[in-house]
Design a binder for this molecule. Structure first.
Ligand code: NAG
Ligand code: NAG
Ligand code: NAG
Ligand code: NAG
Ligand code: NAG
Ligand code: CU
Length: 604
């Protein structure tokens, strides 16, 4: 029943205009992503050392274990973030958003492997005020569990008018992103790319930088959740558009014809990229959306995948790649299509697959070779497996295709095996919710679980859905999906090994490539299927494990793991916590005593 290319052949001419009718300021504020003004990235920051070494020394992506051999460069990369409300029109449809430094997507964070990243986040959200916190997706936060950014887990939210300074080591390298972790706030605009430069055996000429793929909603996240969690509410939260680097056109006429009076400008402008003819380009793909699985491709060009999430892989070639929310892929693309004619132009496409509730699933950007006229639309045709093939409803690429470059075998028998069932239900008020491992979660913003662990109090209220793995060094998770949805499972503080993924229940023994299983930090569990993960639970702290679909996490599909609690107490008990952790809670307590915190969802 393949519907190969279905979405693509129907691209409306309302979406393909390449001459922008709005300024970049109007569509994306101070962001320059997706324009020719966004600079190419260097291969690393700074200079070679006097003895000719990279900042990370002679470590390689194929010969060194990135979890145990992190270099210490001593360099500190400092950023100041101000989070504010704003009004922009990323696709021409004007809406209220939340912005980091006035930009959507937010500013790029860039570092070398082994640097320290410091981000001072000021919460300037007003009219109305709202808490916030920022998660640095994929970073391990070894020794800094309070800087993971999960409110109710590792910190209290940052109160309006207050700041919190996150400090952590870039102990892994590659491509990632940051996003608000307070309610579904990131769907309102608080997202941005992160690049950590590190060793790579892959050869390329040009680093084009981040390519953020995100479904987009025309209503504020709060209103969407309010409807979803109303009695009789629908769990489907359809997106209105699909963006590449925060940009796309929208069919404003259709919206107006349907009675929508919101200011809307057709042909607002799409993202554009320059390819140098004959050269090989690195693109850093990130699914930074709220819900949908993206299917990304560039007409006429194959892509060589060199990393999945923060894990370099043995290079493999694809014409299209699927990315669930939170997943990243680093791909190399050589500009040698159409006989390497320097006047060539091609469409870049990302389509929301059919499992996503999308009103307009197609995202387009234009790729221009050096001498092509960037005011002329490409006329290229999609690959046959671009778009919306049936098979990509969740499974993404086969596990056996994706092999980490640096092999790490699965450790023998795990100390703990935990089964986590995914179930949907309606509660007594007819509200649609999720249960994960038997609990529909709601965190307590005023009482982060990490704070309790530090104080030696392990009596977590059941509704927080906290699992204590004690001193176990190896934990196996058997995630069983008892419904028709696709769920990208994300673990904080670790990269997990993907042991098995498939339909139905796990047989209790199948492990795909135990000598070197897939490692990453987000992996899909398919409809009515299983996903078996394992991780080396040696990072002391409290770590969220949840579905990365914002709407599902809001509906209670969220849990937290305590790993090495004795070590947490030993290192940080007494007065060993940084004072900022107490302070952010004092400020939140003070603010929440005189303001009503409308926690309409799980909180995360
Ligand atoms: C890498 O550098 C370290 C110290 O800088 C040195 O001890 C080691 O021998 C080097 N390894 C190789 C393979 O060059
Ligand atoms: C905070 O936001 C307000 C608008 O709500 C703006 O006028 C002010 O400049 C912002 N403050 C900072 C530090 O950006
Ligand atoms: C992938 O494609 C490149 C050129 O596009 C080619 O050089 C390389 O051999 C291919 N690699 C594999 C594993 O097929
Ligand atoms: C059902 O869930 C909603 C949302 O969490 C909650 O407000 C409501 O109190 C729940 N109803 C019952 C009867 O538990
Ligand atoms: C442990 O934490 C829970 C939940 O915050 C609290 O109700 C309880 O009083 C605490 N117990 C102790 C001994 O502090
Ligand atoms: Cu989900």
């Amino acid at each position: 029943m393949g519907v190969i290319g279905r979405a693509i052949v129907e691209v409306s001419s309302k979406l393909t205009g390449v001459v922008a009718s709005l300024t970049q300021e109007k569509t994306n504020g101070s962001s320059r992503l997706g324009t020719f003004l966004f600079p190419l990235l260097a291969f690393f920051l700074g200079n070679l050392t006097p003895d000719g070494q990279y900042p990370w020394g002679n470590l390689t992506d194929w010969g060194n274990n990135q979890y145990t051999e992190c270099p210490i460069t001593g360099a500190v990369r400092t950023y100041d973030f101000v989070i504010s409300r704003g009004v922009i029109a990323p696709d021409g449809y004007q809406r209220d958003v939340l912005l980091v430094n006035g930009a959507f997507p937010g500013p790029l964070i860039e570092a070398n492997w082994g640097d320290k990243i410091v981000v001072n986040v000021f919460n300037n959200i007003s009219s109305p005020e709202e808490g916030t916190s920022v998660h640095w997706h994929g970073f391990l936060q070894q020794g800094t569990p309070w800087d993971d950014g999960a409110p109710g887990d590792t910190q209290c939210p940052i109160a309006p008018g207050k700041s919190y300074t996150y400090e952590f080591i870039a102990s892994l390298y590659g491509t990632s992103w940051y996003h608000a972790h307070y309610s579904a706030q990131y769907a309102g605009g608080i997202v941005g790319p992160i690049v950590v430069h590190g060793p790579t055996q892959a050869k390329y000429d040009i680093d084009l930088g981040p390519v953020m793929l995100s479904d987009w909603y025309h209503r504020p996240y709060f209103d969407l959740i309010k409807d979803m969690l109303a009695p009789g509410g629908s769990p489907r939260v359809p997106s209105d558009n699909n963006l590449i680097n925060g940009k796309m056109n929208f069919d404003c006429d259709a919206a107006a014809a349907a009675g929508d009076k919101t200011p809307c400008t057709p042909n607002a402008g799409i993202s554009k990229f320059k390819f140098q003819t004959g050269k090989t380009h690195r693109l850093r793909l990130v699914n930074s959306g709220a819900d949908g699985v993206q299917r990304f491709s560039i007409d006429g060009h194959t892509m060589t995948v060199i990393a999945n999430d923060f894990v370099p892989v043995k290079p493999y070639n694809v014409t299209a790649i699927s990315l669930a929310v939170g997943q990243r892929a680093d791909v190399l693309v050589t500009a040698n299509a159409a006989g390497s004619d320097p006047k060539s132009a091609f469409w870049m496409r990302s389509d929301l697959t059919k499992c996503s509730a999308a009103k307009q699933p197609i995202a387009l950007a234009a790729v221009y070779y050096d001498q092509a006229d960037p005011d002329i639309a490409p006329t290229s045709q999609p690959w046959a497996d671009a778009g919306d093939p049936e098979r990509d409803c969740g499974a993404s690429d086969d596990l056996d295709k994706r092999e980490p470059l640096y092999p790490i075998p699965v450790r023998g028998e795990p100390a703990v095996t935990k089964e986590m069932k995914i179930e949907a239900y309606r509660n007594a008020s007819d509200v649609f919710l999720w249960k994960f491992g038997g609990v529909s979660t709601r965190v307590d913003y005023n009482h982060p679980a990490l704070d309790m662990v530090v104080k030696g109090n392990m009596s977590f209220p059941e509704v927080w859905n906290v699992r204590d793995f004690g001193a176990a060094k190896t934990v196996r998770l058997v995630v069983l999906n008892k419904g028709p949805g696709t769920h990208p499972m994300h673990l904080h503080g670790y990269n997990f090994y993907v042991l098995s993924s498939g339909p139905g229940d796990w047989d209790g023994k199948t492990i795909v490539r135990p000598s070197n299983p897939v490692r990453r930090d987000v992996e899909i569990v398919r409809p009515w299927g299983h996903l078996v993960l394992q991780f080396d639970a040696t990072n002391p702290g409290v770590w969220a494990f949840h579905c990365h679909i914002a709407w599902h996490a809001s509906g209670g599909f969220f849990s937290s793991f305590v790993t090495q609690p004795e070590e947490v107490r030993r290192r940080w008990g007494g007065s060993g916590m940084p004072p900022k952790m107490e302070q952010v809670c004092r400020e939140w307590d003070a603010w929440s005593q005189i303001n009503v915190v409308d926690q309409i969802d799980s909180g995360s």
